[in-house]
Design a protein around this ligand. Structure first.
Ligand code: PLZ
Length: 443
């Protein structure tokens, strides 16, 4: 690895060169494009991000769950360099190329279920979600789509409507797309009657709401993240996903798993649905698929995917050859280096230490997640009242020590951890030491 796998904090964070660049940002970039941690990056690899001041930060974010294979992963770099020298773009809808087909074949093979599948490629997660809804509507001839509390599906008009949280994603951006209905999420920690009854009661409410307020016969699709991402790493109560999926099948409703954040080894399986043997009709993927190049996909049952008229799906850049080359190399890396196993190893290092922190600090209300997608939810001690201010303080304290952490959650009170799957145990433990010290300092 060319980037030394060591934390190094040489300057204040952000350092002087970053501060300079950040001033340029303010006068050149639209202020609506926010920046969580204004250290400007020079290079990155493995579990380390190097900034323009020479600081080396431990990466517990992976660019929001994207660089699972690591930044500038060797196979990805080689594949991209070769492809970019051969041709950069022809548009698959005009004169196609093999890479697109090869990615579709991989997706058809790796997504849950042995049924006949087809895939279509796009540029971003939001675009994949939009297309999954388009496909479900054409296939069913119905319009309504059901989404969950705390859901995140993107920032385009249709996906803003599917996303639950107003600030910052939706505020002032309406009107939103119609025929979107929201139902409660099986959120064990916050379920009013407790986690044991969560799956059954949440499923009961889901069925009743869809029946009384939407009508099964009007419902094209139900879309759910198998572990919610931006919404706070909410792991649905065991059994909930399977019940919703089989109820959808009974009523001819397309069950869409949005695996954009959970997919590609992140949770210890190729796709998070596998953990409970849930087989979705359609799966959306993006983020981890291509080692950092923009690529997204919808994969699903052949008869659903093929219900759309020829020319109904596409876009200028969807399945760009360079992004496809990167995806094939990233997938090969995940397979050859067993990155699903790596995600489980990361869980085995991190989860016990996060649980120990929860014993030590009563501001931690819940520890949850799977694989390398883990989080702590912060509350006012003795209550379940969210503490977003403490969450922001802790995250900033970690940043000062050279640890990149992200926050999440409808209430902004979740610290989430998404290290690259290639990070080593030394960096993982050092990051956890920094986190522990941040809790201790805030107590
Ligand atoms: N579905 C489950 O996690 C993207 C968003 C960051 P795009 N999550 C990170 C931000 O603040 O914009 C995401 C996701 C799930 C869809 C998306 C959307 O993917 O590639 O950002 O469009």
């Amino acid at each position: 690895m060319t980037v030394p796998q060591q934390r190094l904090v040489k300057t204040s964070i952000p350092g002087p060169r970053s501060v300079e660049l950040h001033a340029r940002k303010a006068s050149a970039v639209a202020s609506g494009v926010g920046t969580m941690l204004p250290v400007y990056v020079e290079r990155a690899g493995g579990g380390i991000v190097v900034d323009v001041d020479g600081n080396q930060l431990i990466d517990f974010g992976s660019g929001i769950a994207v660089v699972s294979v690591g930044n500038a992963a060797p196979r990805v770099v080689a594949a991209v360099q070769q492809q970019v020298a051969e041709f950069t773009h022809t548009c698959f809808m005009i004169t196609p190329y093999e890479g697109y087909i090869a990615v579709a074949e991989k997706l058809n093979e790796l997504t849950p279920g042995d049924h006949e599948k087809r895939s279509a490629l796009f540029n971003s997660g939001a675009e994949a979600v939009e297309n999954a809804i388009k496909i479900a509507r054409v296939h069913t001839g119905r319009q309504a789509v059901v989404a969950f509390d705390h859901a995140y599906h993107g920032r385009t008009n249709l996906t803003m409507a599917l996303t639950a949280k107003n600030m910052p994603y939706k505020n002032g951006f309406g009107p939103f797309a119609s025929e979107i209905y929201r139902v409660p999420m099986a959120y064990p920690y916050r379920w009013p009657t407790g986690p044991e009854r969560c799956a059954e009661e949440a499923f009961g409410e889901f069925v009743e709401l869809v029946h009384t307020q939407v009508g099964e016969q009007n419902t094209a699709a139900v879309i759910i993240e198998p572990i919610q991402g931006e919404g706070g790493f909410v792991v649905p109560a065991p059994g909930f996903l399977a019940r919703v999926a089989s109820w959808c099948a009974e009523h001819g409703i397309v069950f869409i798993a949005d695996e954009i954040q959970t997919g590609f080894c992140r949770t210890g399986d190729w796709f998070a649905c596998e953990y409970e043997d849930v087989v979705p009709d359609l799966v959306t993927a993006a983020k981890g698929i291509a080692g950092g190049l923009p690529l997204a996909a919808v994969t699903g049952r052949a008869e659903m995917m093929d219900s759309v008229h020829v020319g109904g799906l596409g876009g200028t850049y969807g399945g760009n050859p360079v992004a496809c080359a990167a995806a094939l190399a990233a997938i090969e890396t995940m397979r050859a280096d067993d990155l699903c196993g790596a995600a489980r190893r990361i869980e085995s290092v991190m989860l016990p230490r996060l649980a120990a922190l929860a014993n030590k600090y009563d501001v931690i209300g819940d520890v949850r997640g799977r694989g390398a997608m883990l989080a702590v939810e912060l509350v006012v001690p003795g209550t379940k009242d969210p503490d977003p201010a403490l969450t922001a303080t802790l995250s900033a304290a970690c940043h000062q020590q050279g640890l990149i952490t992200l926050t999440a959650g409808t209430f902004g009170n979740v610290l989430r951890f998404l290290p690259p799957l290639v990070i080593d145990d030394t960096l993982l433990n050092e990051g956890l030491d920094i986190l522990d010290a941040a809790f201790a300092a805030s107590a």
